[in-house]
Design a protein around this ligand. Structure first.
Ligand code: ZN
Length: 320
């Protein structure tokens, strides 16, 4: 989905704090080098959504920045990271068609692997707010993505805000989307990312139960893809990010954000602070999120019902 591209004070504020954090990162690296300390590998996982055609050049420059400063890793081959190196993993949420038409050629040109998270019921339809929906890849297009460069993960069936879902619905979103993709692609789909970044400890347990071996959040953090790294942090990037903003995100300088978000939630949880700040944070007391899947069910043209032989819930839901 397109996001607000205006210059906002909050964006500049975050950039300034991140610039200070970047200096701290450089200092700590310099000190480690001075004392000959080989730090464990750090990988920064980025997540994109849409890559519109008018931003192709800027997206290409971002890939060049990634190659200049990090080693891109394939999501299926993250076990061989070396100490002291800085790695990156590029991911995409929502499965927009412009990934195929705009992003993928640039990724192929540079041999940068990626991980695409797909909303299974949006395949072949449009997805996004009513005033700016965007086309989503069809199942057939998904099946023909180059396996060596693009891994596929689940982003649920319908893109709900899972913390608001019942346990039964959340389990269905997690399990059925994985099974549907596995049937479609004829291979295991062990990766999952949370729509809207909506994640709770109980949802993480449900993901384990649903058979995912690695899940991705929307909160930035370094990872080394170690055995204990089940839930991997990611930083949001967009093709219209300023070059300095993108560079700082790639360096992990935005990794202070989860602390700031926790602090904000803690403050807003205080009734006094909440009543004083509600007018500033209208979404803080709960957002109504509805399905953003729209348009003709084009998926039916490319997805014969027979590919879902064991998943009647999914088929029934698509007929509603
Ligand atoms: Zn999404």
């Amino acid at each position: 989905m397109h996001q607000n591209r205006k210059v906002e004070p909050a964006r500049i504020f975050k950039l300034c704090i991140s610039a200070a954090a970047f200096i701290g990162i450089l200092l700590s690296r310099g000190i480690a080098r001075l004392f000959g300390i080989r730090r464990q590998p750090h990988c920064m996982v980025l997540y994109y959504h849409s890559v519109p055609a008018e931003f192709r050049e800027r997206f290409a420059r971002q890939l060049d920045t990634i190659l200049r400063h990090t080693k891109p890793v394939h999501p299926e081959h993250t076990h061989s990271l070396e100490n002291g190196e800085l790695y990156s993993l590029v991911t995409f949420d929502d499965g927009f068609r412009n990934f195929l038409e705009i992003a993928l050629p640039e990724l192929i040109d540079r041999k940068v692997p990626s991980l695409m998270f797909v909303i299974t019921e949006a395949l072949g339809k449009s997805f996004g707010p009513p005033n700016a929906p965007e086309s989503v890849m069809t199942a057939e297009q998904l099946r023909h993505l180059p396996e060596s460069l693009v891994a596929i993960g689940s982003h649920t069936l319908t893109h709900p805000y899972l913390p608001d879902s019942s346990e039964k619905d959340a389990r269905r979103e997690l399990v059925q989307s994985r099974l549907t993709l596995e049937t479609l692609l004829n291979k295991p789909v062990p990766y999952f990312s949370f729509p809207y970044g909506g994640m709770t400890p109980s949802l993480v347990c449900l993901c384990e139960e649903a058979g995912y071996s690695r899940i991705y959040s929307a909160l930035p953090a370094f990872t080394s893809f170690g055995q204990t790294d089940y839930c991997i942090g990611r930083v949001r990037v967009d093709p219209w990010d300023w070059p300095a903003e993108f560079r700082l995100k790639l360096a992990g300088a935005y990794n202070w954000l989860p602390v700031a978000i926790s602090l904000k939630r803690l403050l807003l949880g205080n009734p006094l602070v909440s009543s004083l700040t509600r007018w500033r944070f209208p979404g803080a007391t709960g957002k109504v999120r509805q399905s953003l899947i729209q348009g003709q069910d084009l998926a039916k043209e490319t997805l014969p019902e027979s590919i879902f032989p064991n998943h009647t819930d999914f088929v029934d839901n698509r007929k509603r």
